[in-house]
Design a protein around this ligand. Sequence first.
Ligand code: NAD
Ligand code: MG
Ligand code: MG
Ligand code: MG
Ligand code: MG
Ligand code: MG
Length: 328
Amino acid sequence: MATILRDGDLGLLSGKVAVIGYGSQGHAHALNLRDSGIQVEVGLREGSASWEAAEAAGLGVRTIAEAVGGAQLVAILLPDQVQPQVFAEHVAPSLAPGAAVLFAHGFNVLYERVAPAGANDVIMVAPKGPGHVVRRLFTEGYGTPALIAVHQDASGRARDLALAYAVGIGAGRAGILETTFKEETETDLFGEQAVLCGGTAELVRAGFETLVAAGYQPEIAYYECLHELKLIVDLMWEGGLAGMRYSISDTAEFGDYTRGRRVIDEHVREAMKAILDDIQSGAFAREWVEDMENGEARLKAMRAEAAQTALETVGKELRSLMHRAGDH
Ligand code: NAD
Ligand code: MG
Ligand code: MG
Ligand code: MG
Ligand code: MG
Ligand code: MG
């Protein structure tokens, strides 16, 4: 069993922490660190749409170069695509020698797209959850688990600094695990491609389309294959597969054991292994970087095509009835 860490020395973060970006992870890290008593400054592009939101939350906001100047630690919480350019143009020139550079995902460091100078610590704190959940659970007194890693230890205390930051964002309340940039990146990409995002999205779509093609009402197919998924996943989150199975009917449980493996069969495991091979060989990274360099043309086309599917149009209508105004 891996060692699960719960505590670190917040005193190591006695200087300024610059949080670059105020998106999903950025807002959560900035607010949680601030609430943990750490001096935080948010760095944004001039004219950024997030500027007002960060100020309204009581945070100090400056340009990226200004926030980086004099910071003890700089957290790069920008979309992975823009990190190399923003780091080179706005972070590196103002970075104090000896400052630590922190990432929330290992992609750019592992694939050598961002390489801070040898005098800087290069560390990672990767929360295992979306930024909005990282913030919400923190305000409720809970935390989101996180992985920490060290790529470059210039100060000799890079690991303890990462641990302190993880505790500052509340991860100690849930559990902190040590890893490497390579392990975090490869498992994160695999999880989101095979299970969490790609696998789940296609499982939902296949189930919905199978029912609709057989003549069932699309609204019922939507409730059955997408809406209820959250309720089932909540049970898994609370109690694992056994906890989920305790709450469902015996009929559902019998169908689960006897039919689940017919859907997720050997062929699916072979496909998962091929996806992992693509990640480990760097083929996935090359394909994604090529699209980044092409203005994300493929990403944008696939996003537009996905929005047109029946699952999405039916869902939009049904959700408007279920969710209170302002929820989403
Ligand atoms: P995001 O897409 O929410 O965007 C972050 C911020 O970057 C925004 O404030 C945006 O205004 C700013 N930004 C965008 N383009 C910019 C540019 N060209 N110059 C300057 N600023 C720009 O980012 P995110 O999803 O929070 O991801 C940040 C990092 O965290 C990534 O490395 C990601 O892999 C990692 N991560 C994200 C999640 C998540 O929940 N989204 C979970 C774990 C790790
Ligand atoms: Mg997004
Ligand atoms: Mg992930
Ligand atoms: Mg990811
Ligand atoms: Mg049911
Ligand atoms: Mg039961």
